[in-house]
Design a protein around this ligand. Structure first.
Ligand SMILES: NC(=O)c1ccc[n+]([C@@H]2O[C@H](COP(=O)([O-])OP(=O)(O)OC[C@H]3O[C@@H](n4cnc5c(N)ncnc54)[C@H](O)[C@@H]3O)[C@@H](O)[C@H]2O)c1
Length: 329
């Protein structure tokens, strides 16, 4: 059974208790939750060993990625069956542990956070997206927000206050400003960009630019000079890589290559770069470490604090790939 009711823990628990009652012993109960703790969902049943996450990605009939999320209790045969199911429905299964955002969305968070900050600092949304698209991302993240709906992220943060730092007024502030104006993106014609009826062409949205610039000034982050494309790309991508290193450290992802598969099969990360962790190895972890130190200066240092693993590998001239190999992964 794959459950996909809306994102509400009480509702999911109720449904899992019911599924546990009505399905035969040994049936696997999977949830498509994006943010909820699957350990808790499993605890609503008498078969937590048979509960697993099957996290599909929108549009689910197209996107190949499937995160297979094992809880503390999920049995090995259930994980193996989940991989077999993934193959049968022509998805690429990647194993994740339970963690907020699992692998993919958790790494998107610092990436998008930097993109949103850059527009408060004075970069045009078109510049941010162009830098990311030049790097090879399928679509710049601000255009993605306009396409998915600016309200999606705002509502997710509202529902998960623990994930929002209390002391950072710049945190996803740009989307909040648009949301407050009811500029929700393509669905109502205005967001980071402006859209003519029936067109997806991104036009400059001057009213939004004025409000974002005013907010940047108010928060004291507006900058006088232009922001280079290199800075845009490095801040977004290095922040993502650093989060990937934390995910490895914590064992949420088993191998760096798993993260790369998540990103190339689910997030339109450029295949020519191999995935974020492969890319980091290719440019050198010392380069990534130096970038984190540089961009952490004079800003929220905590956000660019290098993961212990990244630091250790960079300082010893190693790579994520060598680390995985040394662990037999
Ligand atoms: N939308 C996405 O892009 C996406 C991607 C990955 C995972 N998810 C996850 O999938 C799940 C569903 O998300 P969604 O965006 O489709 O939500 P949605 O609100 O569009 O759909 C929820 C569905 O749940 C049904 N439902 C509501 N209450 C119910 C109840 N008491 N009993 C049975 N069914 C009930 C509704 O009829 C509706 O079909 C969530 O857990 C979400 O985190 C969504």
């Amino acid at each position: 059974m794959i459950e996909a009711v809306f994102e509400d823990m009480a509702l999911k628990k109720k449904i899992f208790a019911e599924l546990d009652r009505v399905t035969k012993a040994g049936a696997i109960l999977a949830t498509n939750t994006s943010t909820l703790d699957i350990n808790q969902i499993g605890s609503a049943t008498r078969r937590p060993q048979d509960v697993v996450g099957l996290h599909f990605f929108s549009p689910a009939n197209v996107t190949r990625l499937l995160e297979i999320v094992r809880t503390d209790a999920t049995a090995n045969d259930v994980v193996a069956t989940a991989f077999a199911v993934a193959k049968k429905v022509k998805k690429v299964g990647v194993l994740s542990r339970v963690a907020y955002g699992f692998i993919g969305n958790r790494m998107m968070d610092p990436y998008a956070r930097e993109a949103e900050r850059l527009v408060l600092e004075g970069a045009l949304p078109a510049d941010v997206d162009a830098a990311l698209e030049d790097f090879g991302m399928g679509m710049g993240i601000l255009a993605v927000f306009d396409m998915a709906g600016v309200d999606v992220g705002v509502k997710a943060r509202r529902a998960n206050p623990d994930q929002v730092p209390k002391d950072d007024p710049t945190f996803y502030r740009a989307s909040q400003i648009l949301f407050d104006q009811n500029w929700l993106g393509q669905k109502n014609g205005k967001g980071y960009y402006r859209y003519e009826a029936g067109s997806r062409d991104r036009l400059q949205h001057d009213e939004a630019l004025a409000l974002l610039a005013a907010e940047g000034k108010k928060l004291g982050v507006a900058r006088s000079g232009p922001i280079s494309r290199q800075e845009i790309t490095e801040r977004c991508i290095f922040a993502m890589i650093n989060e990937g290193a934390k995910i490895l450290e914590e064992g949420v992802a088993l191998r760096p290559a798993d993260i790369d598969v998540v990103y190339t099969s689910g997030y339109a990360f450029p295949r020519r770069h191999g995935g974020p962790m492969f890319y980091a190895d290719a440019i050198g972890l010392d380069t990534v470490l130096a970038g984190l130190k540089k961009y952490g200066k004079g800003r929220r240092a905590a956000d660019f604090e290098p993961s212990a693993l990244l630091k250790q590998l960079a300082e010893s001239g190693s790579t994520f790939a060598a680390w995985a190999k040394s662990r037999g992964l």
